[in-house]
Ligand binder design. Structure first.
Ligand code: DGT
Ligand code: CA
Ligand code: CA
Ligand code: ZN
Length: 582
């Protein structure tokens, strides 16, 4: 029996193989998109296929739908068998090493006969890799580091918040609709908003647990039942995600929710604090340490913290990073909320690699309650993303102004760019062009594996340019896929503070870059933060919530985030360098 996740993985492998062979990029992308769509799809594809609905899945055309059918029927795929006879599977694995692209993977294979990760490691250690064209001692060391991080990832399979949170929400909704259910919530690392999730933890209150557990283990999305009991059950979903469900008594809800929300380190500190007050704290209750064994039950988390002499601590802060001390001192920040977001300052349209027009994006943003947005398509160096030439950028200006006028002030639509910072540190547009734009996002897209000094200087160049307003996804990481660039973040943050350049929390759950600890550090040093979706389609604007969760984990208040500001205040900030220039 083949699961959604296995099909998605297979399509990703096919895309890798086609890429190594140097096939047409559109064909490669078709398999990548299909893999992504299947991986996130909440229902078992076997059920969908039986209903004849495969071709209606997002990003699945007729050709790929037929391949899914072949896989579901026979457990095999002829097309894949033929490809794997050409491209050895080890070469595909090598492609996943940070710093190795399809051209290098092919060169290692065809010029040096390297077809496994082990062979690549041996070659790098022995110094023979550096004899190949374009390779040197530094790229050899980068490859060794890449192999190590690839192995670490394989040993610890986690999933992105963007997969786990929607899956958890839809299961919870299904359970809450059952008769006799009184309440339920998501706990664990999802409730804390961690960017990666080991497993999903759900807690519910129910009059009778048996029917809830039955419904849970028999859901459409379940691939395997791992445990089925009266108070706890566990399943593995077809997408590979593990879900634990606990049924709890209402009178002990507070201690249980607090315990299962974690983090473990936060819990350890809470327990110590309880002991200092003559109480022991468990998932079930506080117990008096006076020999009586008497329990204090807490129905809510508020009560748990009250007994510890603390105000409620928001889950996103519960990482034992000073939140208990701050709570004690009455210095917990008033954390930013999704409702505080007024704008989205980074998004793409059909002018570059987006799927919707400027007007469609504006309307979608308006529907989501945004008051102003900036259209920021790619610049020429992002050729693969159909980056705009200067001529096209200027032509786009007229369309943006026209859409802005059409919106009658209900939402303001500004013109910007997401400009590449080139590998040599120069910017993709000259100052005369940047001057004509309302807003400039500058991002690193290529040559992310440059040595620390070189890539840091590159980013500093962009930060210092008075036309650059924000650095997009500063570290270039892809969660669970690509490590961040080796940047000197102290220098980056210092320069951003000095030159009043904002740093972005990219809300795409594959990025969440800056991540929380760095965003906290930057904001603490006076750097303004933006939270942007970088949407390439209308629905991707909904990713904003992942960015807000990350900002909350960074202890940010609304005023520290540029795109919570009223439009007039934002406009004044855009003119912050005017006095210097005059
Ligand atoms: P994950 O699943 O790796 O993304 O992270 P969590 O935090 O969801 O961890 P998980 O699912 O193992 O456990 C959920 C919560 O239960 C965790 O945040 C704290 C609590 N917990 C689990 N095991 C322990 C433990 O051994 N000691 C303490 N103090 N708390 C625990
Ligand atoms: Ca968990
Ligand atoms: Ca768990
Ligand atoms: Zn972008």
């Amino acid at each position: 029996m083949i699961t959604n996740r296995q099909i998605a993985d297979l399509f990703d492998t096919i895309a890798d193989m086609l890429e190594i062979k140097g096939e047409n990029i559109h064909r490669v992308l078709a398999y990548r998109r299909a893999a992504e769509s299947i991986r996130d799809f909440p229902r078992d594809l076997r059920v969908v296929a039986a209903e004849g609905g495969l071709a209606e899945l997002p990003s699945i055309g007729k050709v790929i739908a037929e391949k899914i059918e072949e896989l579901l029927e026979t457990g095999k795929l002829d097309f894949y068998e033929r490809l794997s006879a050409e491209v050895p599977p080890g070469v595909v694995e090598i492609l996943h090493v940070g710093g190795v692209g399809p051209k290098k993977a092919k060169m290692f294979w065809q010029d040096a006969g390297i077809t496994t990760l082990d062979q690549l490691e041996t070659a790098a250690r022995s110094g023979s890799l550096r004899t190949l064209p374009g390779m040197g001692a530094k790229s050899e060391a980068a490859i060794l580091a890449g192999i190590e991080s690839l192995r670490a990832r394989a040993a610890n399979p986690r999933q992105r918040l963007g997969v786990a949170l929607p899956a958890a929400e839809s299961i919870l909704a299904l359970l809450l609709a059952l008769p006799g259910m009184t309440d339920g919530t998501i706990a664990g690392s999802i409730r804390r908003g961690r960017p990666t999730i080991g497993d999903v933890d759900l807690l519910v209150m129910a009059a009778d647990s048996a029917p809830v557990m039955d419904a849970f283990v028999h859901m459409d999305s379940v691939g395997r039942i791992l445990g089925h009991g009266p108070s706890k059950s566990s399943v593995e979903l077809v997408n590979g995600l593990q879900v634990d469900l606990r049924v709890l008594p209402a009178e002990r809800w507070g201690t249980a929710l607090c315990y299962f929300t974690g983090s473990k380190d936060h819990n350890v500190s809470l327990r110590q604090r309880a002991l200092d007050r003559g109480l022991s704290l468990s998932e079930h209750a506080f117990t008096l340490q006076d020999g009586s064994g008497n329990e204090i039950l807490c129905a809510s988390e508020d009560e748990v913290y009250q007994h510890l002499g603390l105000p409620f601590i928001p889950p996103e802060l519960r990482e034992d990073m000073g939140e208990i001390e701050a709570a004690e001192a009455g210095r917990l920040p008033e954390l930013i909320k999704l409702d505080d977001i007024r704008a989205d300052l980074h998004m793409h349209t059909t002018w570059s690699d987006g799927t919707a027009s400027i007007r469609e994006m504006a309307l979608a943003a308006k529907t989501r309650g945004r008051r102003y947005i900036v259209i920021t398509d790619h610049s020429p160096s992002s050729a693969i993303a159909n980056g705009l030439s200067i001529e096209r950028l200027l032509a786009q200006h007229d369309e943006v102004r026209q859409v802005d006028a059409e919106m009658n002030g209900e939402i303001r639509v500004l013109h910007g760019t997401e400009m590449d910072i080139r590998a040599d540190g120069t910017l993709d547009f000259p100052d005369e062009v940047l001057e004509r734009l309302d807003f400039v996002v500058a991002s690193l897209h290529a040559s992310l594996r440059q040595p620390r000094e070189q890539i840091t200087v590159r980013l500093l160049n962009a930060i210092r340019n008075p036309h650059v307003d924000v650095i997009g996804h500063p570290r270039g990481q892809l969660i669970l896929e690509r490590d961040p660039a080796d940047l000197d973040m102290d220098a980056v943050i210092a320069a951003a503070a000095e030159h009043q350049t904002a740093l972005e929390i990219n809300a795409n759950p594959a990025r969440l870059d800056l991540e929380a600890p760095l965003a906290r550090l930057a904001a603490g040093r006076g750097v303004l933060i933006t939270i942007d979706t970088d949407a390439h389609a209308e629905y991707e604007m909904d990713n904003m919530r992942y960015g807000v969760l990350t900002a909350r984990r960074a202890w940010l208040t609304a005023s520290q985030v540029l795109n919570t500001w009223p439009f007039e205040q934002f406009e004044r900030w855009l003119h912050r360098h005017d006095a210097e220039r005059r």
